[in-house]
Design a protein around this ligand. Structure first.
Ligand SMILES: [Zn+2]
Length: 287
């Protein structure tokens, strides 16, 4: 079988040095999905591959492509966007690394998905600018949306057992001092049970209806991290005590979100085993 010369938009998920002057890299491309490539001589000063095999770089690549081959040969790469802000601050680097590691783990080779590719470009751009306190939520929203594109969608319209709608539960009258009804998120079932049905099962993560709605809006809308319920939007720092409480709540929310997303993925995606990128490098967030 002969090679074709193909041109594709792509992004570096992983790279390593090879020999004296070359690099081997895993790319996520718009047209070919995930592929492994070798950039011969890429580390020489005048290589036509330039810096197109640096981590996070987005480039237009020309590839000698043969389906099923372990390593495709790169002919050239023109950088479109280096995503260099991701390398400037540790927390951006850590979450940028988590995005590419996540994709590398979740994707099989040569299964292109234009919506997923577009989502990845949006989340990397977002991680270059978003503030530190929001970065975890931006990343978790990305994981849920990417999983959904790949066929692992959370079911958050209503209770998984009795079909009671989540929106109705959100509008049920409640004492203003209460947090509202508590539902039970069930990673194994990929959704939640209302408070009545939750009495019949043993395990799960208790969550308020409002928290479930927040997760649902993360799955359905852009990963902007801006979809907070109105009562939680920034109210200025006038009241420091309220601000501390909000930070504390955000911190707990971040931990809960992480557990929910990770437990859901571990349960449903066999080849997913968590992310090394997030395990060690992150210092404790400022409280
Ligand atoms: Zn129910």
């Amino acid at each position: 079988m002969t090679s074709q010369i193909l041109r594709t938009d792509g992004l570096v998920l992983r790279n390593l040095r090879y020999g004296d002057t070359s690099r081997v890299a895993t790319l996520l491309t718009a047209e070919l999905g995930k592929i492994s490539v070798i950039g011969k001589g890429v580390r020489e000063p005048k290589s036509p591959l330039g810096s197109s095999l640096e981590l996070f770089a987005r480039a237009e690549y020309v590839v000698y492509f043969r389906s099923g081959r372990n390593l495709q040969m790169l002919r050239s790469g023109d950088v479109i966007e280096p995503h260099s802000a991701l390398a400037r601050e540790t927390f951006r680097f850590v979450y940028g690394s988590a995005v590419v590691e996540f994709l590398d783990r979740m994707l099989l080779e040569e299964e292109p998905s234009p919506p997923l590719y577009a989502l990845v470009l949006r989340v990397l751009a977002r991680l270059e600018t978003t503030r530190r306190s929001r970065v975890n939520e931006v990343f978790r929203a990305f994981q849920l949306r990417a999983a959904s594109i790949l066929g692992y969608a959370l079911l958050l319209d209503g209770c998984l057992h009795c079909d009671r709608s989540l929106d109705e539960a959100a509008f049920a009258p409640l004492d203003p001092s209460e947090r509202g009804e508590i539902w039970l998120f069930r990673p194994s079932e990929g959704g939640a049970l209302c408070s009545d049905c939750a009495r019949l099962v043993e395990s799960g993560y208790p969550l308020t209806v409002r928290a479930l709605l927040r997760i649902r809006s993360m799955v359905r809308s852009e990963p902007t991290g801006a979809n907070l319920p109105s009562s939680e939007r920034a109210r200025g720092a006038v009241d420091e005590e309220a601000d501390d409480r909000r930070q504390e709540a955000e911190f707990r929310w971040g931990e809960a979100l992480e557990q929910i997303v990770e437990s859901f993925l571990h349960f449903h995606v066999e080849r997913y085993r968590g992310l090394r990128s997030l395990r060690s490098q992150l210092p404790a967030p400022q409280r």
